[in-house]
Design a protein around this ligand. Structure first.
Ligand SMILES: C[S@@+](CC[C@H](N)C(=O)[O-])C[C@H]1O[C@@H](n2cnc3c(N)ncnc32)[C@H](O)[C@@H]1O
Length: 273
C-alpha cells in the first residue's frame, strides 16, 4: 500500500514538475496537454452549468483543469467561509464565492503563482474581489488558521499532493467542527507498480499519485473525518488511460487491462462536532 509518495520520489522535483506544467497551462491554456481543460469540457463531461460558467471571465474557465464538479457535492450557504485547495485559475473558487455572497469568503490556496494571478484578476473582473482571496501555499501546509473554514473544496489536486496524510490532516485542522469536505479527485481501483508511482511525469499528470478507494477512506478516517463517501462520477476507459499515461507509452494489451482502473469521484466527509 502506498499512502504517501514512495521514499525514492524526489518531492522537490515533483513539485517543480507540477508547477511548471500549470505555469504552462496558465500561459497557454490551448496548448498540448494530456488532460482536458476548458468550459465545454466542464459542461459536457462534468455537468457544470453553462450559463454560470459563461458569466465568469474566460481567462478562468479556459484554464479549468478539474476532474469533477465539487459544487455539485453539496450546498454552500450564504455567509460561509469556503477554502479551495489548488484553486488554479479560480473556476470553483469564483462559483463558491457566488454562493457565499457578500457576507461570506472564498479563499483559494495554490502553489503556482501564475495560476494565482489569473484567479485574482478574474475575481476582480467578476466583481468578487471583496470576498475572494488567493494565498500562496501547499495542500500539505495550509496558510490558514485552525477551525477557520466551513467547507473545504478541491478539484483534481489531492492526487497531486506528495504527502496525503499531511494534506488530510491540514484539512481537518482548518475545518471548524461540523465542517464539510467536498472534493473532486482521481481515484484508482488497482495498485500501481512502484516504478510507475515514482515517475514524476505520471504523478504530475494526475495518475500515479492517486489513491485506491479504500486507502482514501482509511486516510480520511485516520485524519478524524466521518460520514465518508466516495461516489464515482466517471470511469476512465482504456483510451482515457492512454491519454493520461503518456510517459509510459503503454501497448494496447496493457491499456486494455487499465480499462476501468481509474475514476473521477466525489469525495464527501465531515469533521465531527
Ligand atoms: C489539476 S489543477 C486543478 C486546478 C483547479 N482546481 C481547477 O479545477 O481548475 C491543479 C492545481 O493545483 C495546484 N497544486 C497541485 N499540487 C498542489 C499542492 N500540493 N499544494 C497546492 N497547490 C497544488 C497546481 O498549482 C494547479 O494550479
Amino acid at each position: 500500500m502506498a499512502t504517501t509518495c514512495p521514499a525514492t520520489l524526489d518531492v522537490p522535483r515533483l513539485r517543480a514538475a507540477i508547477q511548471s506544467m500549470y505555469e504552462e497551462v496558465a500561459a497557454d491554456p490551448g496548448g498540448d496537454f494530456h488532460f482536458h481543460r476548458g468550459l465545454d469540457y466542464a459542461v459536457d463531461f462534468l455537468r457544470y452549468d453553462r450559463s454560470e460558467l459563461e458569466a465568469l471571465p474566460a481567462a478562468t474557465t479556459s484554464r479549468f483543469a478539474g476532474v469533477a464538479n465539487p459544487l455539485r457535492i453539496g450546498p454552500i450557504a450564504p455567509g460561509e467561509t469556503v477554502v479551495d485547495i489548488g484553486s488554479g485559475a479560480g473556476q470553483d473558487l469564483l462559483l463558491a464565492a457566488r454562493r457565499t455572497g457578500p457576507t461570506g469568503r472564498a479563499i483559494g490556496v495554490d502553489m503556482t503563482a501564475a495560476m494565482r494571478e489569473v484567479a485574482l484578476r478574474s475575481a476582480a473582473a467578476a466583481g468578487l474581489g471583496a470576498i475572494v482571496e488567493v494565498r500562496a501555499g501547499l495542500a500539505e501546509q495550509l496558510p490558514l488558521a485552525d477551525a477557520s473554514a466551513d467547507v473545504v473544496i478541491s478539484n483534481g489536486v489531492l492526487n497531486l499532493a506528495a504527502d496525503k496524510e499531511a494534506a488530510f490532516g491540514e484539512i481537518a485542522r482548518v475545518l471548524r467542527p461540523g465542517g464539510r469536505l467536498h472534493l473532486g479527485d482521481v481515484v484508482i481501483a488497482m495498485e500501481l507498480h512502484m516504478h510507475e508511482r515514482e515517475n514524476v511525469e505520471l504523478w504530475a499528470g494526475c495518475v500515479a499519485g492517486a489513491l485506491e478507494e479504500w486507502t482514501y477512506r482509511s486516510l480520511l478516517a485516520d485524519a478524524g473525518f466521518d460520514e465518508i463517501e466516495i461516489l464515482p462520477t466517471r470511469i476512465y476507459s482504456a483510451e482515457d488511460a492512454g491519454v493520461l499515461t503518456p510517459g509510459l507509452d503503454l501497448d494496447e494489451t496493457t491499456l486494455k487491462t487499465l480499462d476501468g482502473a481509474f475514476m473521477s469521484a466525489f469525495v464527501r466527509a465531515r469533521k465531527p462536532l
